[in-house]
Design a protein around this ligand. Structure first.
Ligand code: HEC
Length: 134
């Protein structure tokens, strides 16, 4: 009886873990798209192309190759000159007020949309490990 209870607890923790802690990529992207549509689309547009000379693209952006910097830009905002696909942008993106889980979701969305592909899922823990000084 005791061991049955033990197994039930293990199974429960396993299901909880899969559903709520390690959100699968698909689910994270669905939630990430909602965040994108609410917070990012007005500048980076539906097709992720941004606006030349003003808001840099996310589709095929070489900036996204540096995952830590990508997370940092969304977590703390970004300003000053940056290079994206050989073009310079020198503007300001404010911090959008998102929490770490929301940032993980929106990063999973942008890393896997418009032809972008990233093998590894970005977790909330990864986002929380990024600080301002990298
Ligand atoms: C008000 C317009 C605006 C909004 C809203 C906005 N951005 Fe940006 N974003 C910018 C600008 C401008 C830059 C470049 C800043 C600079 O020149 O330093 C940028 C840069 C970036 C970069 C790095 C450069 C690149 O293109 O790869 C990423 C990643 C990014 N934004 C993602 C997001 C995400 C995700 C959201 C929504 C949570 C968002 N942005 C919301 C304007 C915006």
């Amino acid at each position: 009886m005791k061991s049955l209870l033990f197994y039930l607890i293990i199974i429960y923790i396993g299901i909880f873990n899969t559903l709520y802690i390690n959100k699968p990529l698909e689910q994270s992207m669905i939630e990430g798209k909602e965040i994108y549509d609410d917070f990012c689309v007005r500048c980076h547009l539906d097709n992720g192309m941004g606006e030349k000379g003003k808001n840099p693209p996310l589709a095929n952006s070489d900036y996204l190759e540096n995952i830590d910097k990508t997370i940092q830009s969304i977590k703390f905002g970004l300003s000053g000159p940056i290079w994206v696909n050989g073009e310079i942008y020198d503007s300001v993106m404010e911090y959008q007020g998102l929490d770490d889980e929301e940032i993980a979701d929106v990063v999973n969305y942008i890393l896997n949309s418009w032809g972008n592909k990233h093998e590894q899922i970005i977790t909330e823990e990864k986002v929380s490990s990024i600080d301002e000084s990298i």
